[in-house]
Design a protein around this ligand. Structure first.
Ligand code: HXC
Length: 264
């Protein structure tokens, strides 16, 4: 299932000219849309995930659709040495890193009794440790450029969504990292925020978690699109948000507030 490509330019074309984005999970779904939007506004980008074949194909398509410069580097966010190498290659190619998106994630529905020790650990390792690992690997470059970080979160834990304790726990801790880093890195000129997407159409997450999702459960009466998240990304990286740090922006049409009828 491929996600829709964001094309609307709400912000000026070149607000990210000269900037470099590093994005984990940037080869597909929501994070690909986030990366494409940043590319469309003039940045260069490096996308990271495990499968180089898929990543190279995505990078080629993204170059064609945006006219931007984007390269693929294979790395597993669970392996710090691979991330350090990816950061080294990024800086070797583009000279610096300004923006970081921690988007790599794994998820599946699992009742407690079916969630093995290893399954819980795997999702924590990909989502939470992956976020820590990539940020640590890129930290000195983000500080040097007085850059900005976006951690991709989720609303799942706000209401204790069933069968989602692994992803929910990881995202709760990621939101904590967003706050800790905002406070610690703020004096260095680095802004750190999160985006918590609601149900986004045509994504692997929705295919796995809510294939029968009823969009009337969303107060704004529609599912989200990848573009909705992409536009929020442009906003949070832009100077329009230059006094916003430590916030996880919920982009969900008001969905999580409707806890009495989640629509799944
Ligand atoms: C129960 C499962 C399972 C499932 C895997 N496991 N799938 N348990 N139900 N459906 C268990 C395995 O049995 C194994 O435990 C352990 O998890 C590790 O599985 P592996 O396949 O060996 O690990 P790995 O290949 O590293 O990654 C597993 C994965 C992967 C995370 C599930 O499939 C993955 O990366 N998926 C693609 C990305 C993805 O899902 N993206 C969607 C993100 S959506 P045992 O005990 O057997 O060894 C999102 C938020 C959505 O993040 C919000 C929506 C509103």
């Amino acid at each position: 299932m491929s996600a829709s490509v964001p094309t609307t330019q709400i912000f000026k074309d070149n607000i990210f000219a000269g900037k470099v984005l590093l994005c984990s999970g940037g080869g597909s779904g929501i994070c690909r849309g986030m990366t494409e939007a940043v590319l469309r506004h003039g940045a260069k980008a490096v996308i990271i995930s495990r499968s180089l074949d898929k990543l190279e194909k995505a990078a080629k398509e993204m170059r064609e659709s945006t006219g931007g410069e984007v390269i693929a580097i294979a790395a597993d966010v669970r392996k710090p040495e691979q991330l350090e190498e990816a950061v080294r290659k990024t800086v070797e190619r583009f000279g610096h890193i300004d923006y970081l998106i921690n988007g790599a994630a794994g998820n599946f529905l699992a009742p407690f009794e079916n969630l093995s020790y290893n399954a819980f650990r795997t999702v924590i390792e990909i989502d939470l440790l992956g976020t820590f690992n990539l940020t640590k690997a890129a930290l000195k470059h983000i500080k040097a450029s007085k850059g900005a970080i976006i951690n991709v979160s989720a609303t799942l834990y706000y209401t204790g969504t069933p069968f989602q304790q692994h992803a929910g726990s990881a995202k709760a801790a990621i939101d904590a990292l967003t706050k800790h880093w905002a406070v610690e890195l703020g004096p260095h000129g680095v802004r750190v925020n999160g985006i918590a997407p609601g149900p986004i159409e045509s994504t692997v997450g929705m295919e796995k978690l809510g294939p029968q999702f009823d969009a009337t459960a969303v107060p704004l009466q529609r599912m989200g699109s990848v573009e909705d998240i992409a536009q929020s990304t442009v906003f949070l990286f832009s100077d329009a948000a230059n006094w916003i740090s430590g916030v996880t922006l919920v982009v969900d049409g008001g969905h999580w507030l409707n806890a009495t009828y989640p629509g799944y």
